[in-house]
Design a binder for this molecule. Structure first.
Ligand code: SAM
Length: 195
């Protein structure tokens, strides 16, 4: 179930992640920033509790979480950036699966732009591990450009090295049908579902 190419890609990309993530022209950037702030407000308004951010990256979404926050990522480079942005987090460098925590360790798991990277066997493992370790799951992920759910191997280049990365982009319907729960946010670029 490991994906060493994906692991290497995110380690390589860590230093430029924030300046390259989902960035387009000035209008797109402004919309992305607004949607990030909107979802951030929703996350900050959730009941405080023990929270785990899975695939935290540089901590873009971790910064909105309230309560004792654990941030997990396979990349030491990403975790160092997340700690610089959100100094109070407990960083855990680990490769999912599994989630290396006891049953019921958390009140909530947040995962942003991670679920859409997972292939079917990893998705099933992730949902089972999320249910085992937390009572609630919030998934933030990318909305497709059109009206159709998309799945593709995307070519991503960092400093001259190209990586094939499996990526899904959801419609509100496809994400909710897959996860159940409540559609918390439906923007042009991001969706959030709470299960
Ligand atoms: C698209 S980034 C999302 C980062 C952040 N949540 C955000 O939305 O900006 C995916 C993150 O998942 C991490 N990751 C990928 N596969 C992983 C795995 N199997 N176990 C743990 N972390 C993983 C990567 O290192 C990367 O930081």
């Amino acid at each position: 179930m490991r994906d060493p190419v994906r692991e290497r890609y995110y380690r390589h990309r860590a230093p430029v992640y924030d300046v390259t993530s989902y960035r387009g022209d000035a209008v797109v950037d402004a919309a992305l920033d607004q949607e990030t702030a909107d979802i951030g407000e929703l996350l900050a308004a959730l009941a405080e509790g023990r929270v785990l951010d899975v695939g935290c990256g540089t901590g873009v979404w971790t910064q909105f979480l309230r309560g004792p926050v654990t941030a997990l990522d396979q990349s030491a480079e990403m975790l160092a950036l997340a700690r610089a942005r959100v100094p109070h987090v407990q960083p855990v460098q680990a490769l999912f699966p599994p989630l290396p925590f006891i049953d019921g360790a958390f009140d909530r798991i947040l995962t942003a732009n991670f679920y859409g990277l997972l292939r079917p066997d990893e998705r099933a493992a992730f949902l089972a591990e999320a249910r085992r370790t937390a009572s609630e799951l919030v998934v933030v992920d990318l909305r497709s450009d059109g009206s159709r759910h998309e799945e593709a191997i995307e070519s991503r280049t960092v400093a001259g090295t190209t990586y094939p990365i499996f990526r899904r982009r959801f419609t509100p319907e496809s994400l909710q049908a897959e996860l159940g729960g409540e559609l918390m946010y439906c923007g042009r670029y991001f969706l959030a579902v709470r299960v």
